[in-house]
Design a protein around this ligand. Structure first.
Ligand code: C2E
Ligand code: CA
Ligand code: CA
Ligand code: CA
Length: 277
């Protein structure tokens, strides 16, 4: 019935208006969702390549919609970015992840919490102040927090961007470059940035060891990271063959369905208990 309604509407209005209306409705719903605490974090474990022990996790946002069920980021992050709602959403994510990190630290667990930061968020002049305040409120030790930035956030490493990154580093926070290999990172700018880690994009992990180009990119990333004194996380590791190939070539940390899907906090707790983390 819903589809029919949409088609009828589609018949009377130019397509662009329908999209505009749908976007507006989604935007309003998302604004309310943030206020009504309908967002949740799932956590995907990151494991050491040598012995598969858990070394941290990545926080990934979901929207528990009262009627539509659990929505994935692909269904709402775009609208959040275009509408600016990514700013309150991003602060909520940071605060929730920091609280989870603080509770691990209170249990004596030395784990990293990686949080995605959108380019718009990173470019706000009060971003560092927000991070500082959120961390202080949570009581988390900043040494356990890693912010994942994308190449687009750092596209022009202006003095301001560089200064902001250094301020975050001075707070004790680690910085990682997400989706590495998909953008336009030039090697010369990489070495000037205070980045601790590269996240090798899933698209290059998918077809190793079969695809020669992906193998070349994966190996180049690993050797570049080694030369620059950075750590690497391979994303999207789904098979034992991928794991073994990357581990043999010195990839220290991995993340992917082979180890675990992103899990709600209670399931993550069980996953950790089962492994004795
Ligand atoms: P990302 O940062 O590259 O996150 C990794 C994505 O890969 C996640 O998708 C994760 O569920 C998925 N993934 C992990 N392992 C595997 C695997 O083995 N196979 C496959 N096929 N996929 C795997 P997810 O959770 O749907 O998130 C998608 C994107 O949405 C993220 O990509 C990130 O760009 C964005 N996102 C998620 N949470 C946040 C957030 O809190 N803030 C911001 N700004 N963006 C977020
Ligand atoms: Ca990420
Ligand atoms: Ca990524
Ligand atoms: Ca990716």
């Amino acid at each position: 019935a819903k589809d029919q309604g949409r088609n009828t509407y589609h018949y009377f209005k130019p397509e662009m208006d329908v999209h505009a209306l749908e976007r507006l409705m989604l935007e309003n719903a998302l604004r309310r969702a943030i206020e009504r605490h309908e967002l949740v974090l799932h956590y995907q474990p990151q494991v050491a390549a040598d012995d598969s022990r858990m070394v941290g996790c990545e926080a990934l946002v979901r929207w528990q919609h009262p009627e539509l069920g659990l929505l994935q980021p692909v269904q709402f992050i775009g609208v959040a970015e275009e509408s600016g709602l990514i700013l309150p959403l991003g602060n909520w994510v940071l605060a929730s992840a920091a609280r989870q990190l603080a509770s691990w630290q209170a249990r004596g667990l030395d784990l990293l919490m990686a949080v995605n930061i959108s380019a718009l968020q990173f470019r706000q002049s009060d971003f560092v102040d927000d991070v500082r305040r959120i961390l202080a409120d949570s009581g988390a030790d900043p040494a356990g927090l890693e912010l994942e930035l994308t190449e687009s956030a750092l596209m022009q490493p202006t003095p301001e961007v560089l200064a902001r990154m250094n301020q975050l580093r001075e707070l004790g926070i680690r910085l990682a470059l997400d989706d590495f290999g998909t953008g336009y990172s030039s090697l010369s700018y990489l070495k000037r940035l205070p980045i601790r880690r590269l996240k090798l994009d899933r698209s290059f992990v998918k077809d190793v060891p079969g695809d020669q180009e992906d193998v070349a990119i994966a190996m180049a990333t690993l050797s570049l990271a080694r030369d620059l004194g950075m750590d690497v996380v391979a994303e999207g590791v789904e098979t034992e063959i991928q794991r073994q190939f990357l581990a043999e070539r010195g990839c220290p940390v991995m993340q992917g369905y082979l180890f675990s899907r992103p899990l709600p906090a209670d399931e993550l707790r069980r996953w950790m208990d089962e492994r004795g983390v």
